[in-house]
Design a protein around this ligand. Structure first.
Ligand code: CAA
Length: 285
């Protein structure tokens, strides 16, 4: 199917990043948030990053203005009725996602493809909440979505060839690198990265090093673009703990389980960059 209009549900860090990538590639985007303030804030973030591209000579003012005009935000899910593809990027809770896909199935055209950006939940279990699981796939972007080239295109048990082909064609038009894979816990990258980051956090205590020292070790000794503590802060301590729990529940490997230190941080609201404090302290806004 030829996709012209994309719906994005949830305009947090991931959803607004996905919306940005889509409008830059020429798609019309309808972004849905629960309040108008959250929608406006997300549109403001997107406009800010596109303005920075103009300032740095990476885009013309006309390209920036055209892209910004292609993003419309709404609080009404019914406004996604005309979308050819909807990408869900809401909270990582299976129940909430299943309920949302049930509603999207009623609202969207029968030929529209419905995708989830879940990090570690089962796409098949989300699709099973609908009566049209064949049109449901995973489209897993990486944080920050405008900067990270990869998108995992996840085929669930009942995804149709057409839905997967549509998703792959969209990823290509977005200028991203698609890696098609099957619906297994953590897919490709998180299956490897999440236990690795958990190991890194355990090493903090075992080797008695600071987050700064661990990050310096991994950037200078292993060539990582950013250290593991800064990366967990970027991903979000809450998101990382949740993904760890989801993987541990499915695979039962001890390394998948979130280290107690991260669980304590999550419980204390130290969620990383977005909350202003995690392993490091950040300026808000
Ligand atoms: N959205 C949009 N644009 C952004 C942005 C964002 N969130 N963050 C930064 N930018 C833009 C800014 O305009 C910035 O330029 P200015 O500062 O001049 O305004 C520009 O991008 C470049 O930003 P940086 O200087 O910070 O870029 P960098 O060269 O230092 O690279 C990085 C940053 C790409 C994040 C790099 O450090 C990196 O690759 N880190 C590893 C990230 C990673 O591993 N991500 C995957 C996490 S796992 C995951 O996401 C899976 C999951 O399911 C949890």
């Amino acid at each position: 199917m030829d996709v012209a209009r994309i719906g994005v549900v949830g305009l947090g860090a991931m959803g607004s990043g996905i919306a940005q990538v889509a409008i830059e590639a020429g798609f019309d985007v309808v972004g849905r948030e629960v309040t108008a303030q959250l929608g406006d804030a997300a549109a403001g973030r997107v406009a800010h990053f596109l303005t920075r591209k103009v300032e740095k000579g990476q885009r013309t003012q006309d390209e920036r203005d055209g892209a910004v005009a292609r993003l419309r935000t709404t609080t009404d899910l019914d406004d996604l009725a005309d979308c050819d593809l909807v990408i869900e990027a809401i909270v990582e809770e299976l129940g909430a996602k299943r309920e949302l896909f049930g509603r999207l199935e009623e609202i969207c055209r029968p030929d529209a493809v419905l995708a989830t950006n879940t990090s570690a939940l089962s796409v098949t279990e989300i699709a099973a909440a609908t009566s049209s699981p064949e049109r449901i796939v995973g489209l897993h972007f990486f944080n920050p979505a405008p900067l990270m080239p990869l998108v995992e295109v996840v085929r669930a048990e009942l995804s149709s060839d057409e839905a997967v082909a549509t998703a792959l064609a969209v990823v290509e038009r977005l200028g991203k690198v698609a890696v098609p894979c099957h619906d297994t816990p953590g897919f490709v990258v998180n299956r490897i990265l999440i236990p690795l980051l958990n190991d890194c956090v355990r090493v903090l205590d075992e080797a008695r090093v600071t987050p700064e020292a661990l990050d310096a070790a991994m950037t200078n000794g292993a060539g990582w673009p950013m250290g593991p503590c800064r990366l967990v802060d970027l991903v979000g301590v809450d998101v990382h703990v949740h993904a760890s729990e989801a993987l541990y529940e499915k695979l039962r490997e001890p390394r998948m389980a979130p280290p107690p230190r991260l669980v304590a941080m999550r419980n204390a609201g130290l969620h990383g960059r977005k909350s202003g404090r995690g392993f490091y302290t950040y300026e808000r806004g």
